[in-house]
Design a protein around this ligand. Structure first.
Ligand SMILES: Cc1cc2nc3c(=O)[nH]c(=O)nc-3n(C[C@H](O)[C@H](O)[C@H](O)COP(=O)(O)O)c2cc1C
Length: 348
């Protein structure tokens, strides 16, 4: 596996390992897991934690309407391990203060590090409910949501948002300032317009525009694959840190690699796939475990030159035993890795 050159490694490690204060709480480093529905579940986070190196993790988006009455023992999304709460932020999506405030209160009562408001998701089911990126079309509603959450809790409040619905970053800059004025503690910014489902490259200059507009920490997000990408985002935008999504699913050890100098083992891909399968089985009933493993294979398979063929083998699995057979028979130590993930697989 290609490792980063020593200078990049040292500069990146130094930049990432600067502790950061968010709303009065300290975070050990500046490389975080982005929230991802169907991928960033409790099982994945347990596997991720076994490598170490990740400053903050985020849950999958949870419905604000559901959170106040959700049962963590059976809920697929609103679920965690006690020992991760001190570095786990719960993300919620919703449209109104009446939905958001009680959800935020429950999140504080459960002991999460913080609460994150989703203003980035542009999936039609979410946008139709006036939640996620729909809030960016309606700044009054976005600010009302933020105000209600801020008033409801004293834990750190995060907003994850995008450029908006048009390419001009001006409205996002204005909103960022308003979020800060309303008491938001940290922003995570993904510089793409809302209808763009990660096909066009993110405009990282827009992260700089947001960073320069506010004095709270701004984390950059989007298309980080290599340590060089991460260093480039930090250095060219002045962002406080970086939030990594899909690549964290492809290679969960990257946090430890970039922050502690961890070197992945020869059998890392195979071991990871087995570990995730076992952990999914431990937390979820068989149908959901299988569905979640199959979603993971999109990003996992994108590591490999012949990723399509590996993925189709996984997709043919009828149960988790079939999944284990595919891992056993087809994940070898000599598989050719792609330099950047195979975008035909990965841009979903
Ligand atoms: C399958 C999938 C699910 C996602 N779910 C969420 C989500 O629940 N909340 C959210 O704010 N962003 C979500 N995102 C967006 C990611 O957090 C991130 O912004 C995006 O993937 C770009 O970062 P990356 O290039 O590092 O993956 C999701 C992305 C993917 C691929």
């Amino acid at each position: 596996m290609k490792t980063m050159d020593e200078t990049t490694k040292k500069t990146l490690t130094d930049l990432l390992n600067r502790p950061l204060s968010i709303g009065g709480k300290t975070v050990a480093n500046r490389l975080w897991l982005a929230p991802m529905a169907g991928l960033g579940h409790v099982a994945y986070r347990e596997v991720l934690n076994s490598y170490g190196g990740c400053g903050l993790t985020f849950t999958e988006m949870c419905s604000a309407k559901g959170v106040p009455t959700e049962k963590p023992s059976v809920s697929p999304m609103f679920r965690w391990r006690e020992e991760e709460l001190d570095h786990l932020v719960c993300q919620i999506f919703g449209a109104t203060p009446e939905e958001m405030a009680p959800a935020a209160r429950r999140i504080e009562d459960e002991g999460f590090f913080g609460v994150d408001i989703n203003m980035g998701c542009s999936v039609s089911g979410i946008v139709k409910r006036n939640a996620g990126a729909a809030l960016l079309k309606n700044p009054d509603a976005a600010l009302a949501a933020v105000k209600s959450v801020r008033k409801a809790v004293s834990i750190p409040v995060f907003v994850k948002f995008r450029t908006g619905w048009t390419p001009d970053v001006g409205p996002a800059v204005k909103l960022a300032r308003q979020f800060e004025a309303e008491g938001v503690d940290c922003l995570v910014f993904h510089p793409r317009v809302a209808p763009d489902k990660r096909t066009k490259p993110p405009i990282i200059d827009h992260i700089r525009a947001i960073t320069e507009a506010v004095s709270i920490p701004v984390f950059g997000n989007g298309d980080i694959v290599t340590p060089e990408d991460c260093l480039n985002m930090l250095e060219t935008t002045g962002c406080a840190g970086v939030s990594v999504g899909r690549m964290a699913i492809a290679r969960p050890w990257l946090f430890a690699e970039w922050t502690t100098g961890y070197t992945p083992t020869e059998t890392c891909f195979r071991d990871y796939a087995f570990q995730l399968a076992d952990t999914l089985d431990q937390y979820f009933e068989p149908v959901r475990a299988l569905k979640r493993f199959k979603l993971f294979t999109i990003y996992f398979a994108a590591n490999f030159t012949y990723g399509h063929s590996l993925q189709s083998k996984f997709l043919g699995a009828k149960n988790m035993d079939d999944i284990r057979n595919v891992i056993r028979n087809h994940i070898k130590t000599d598989m050719r890795l792609t330099k950047r993930p195979n975008m035909n697989i990965y841009s979903i």
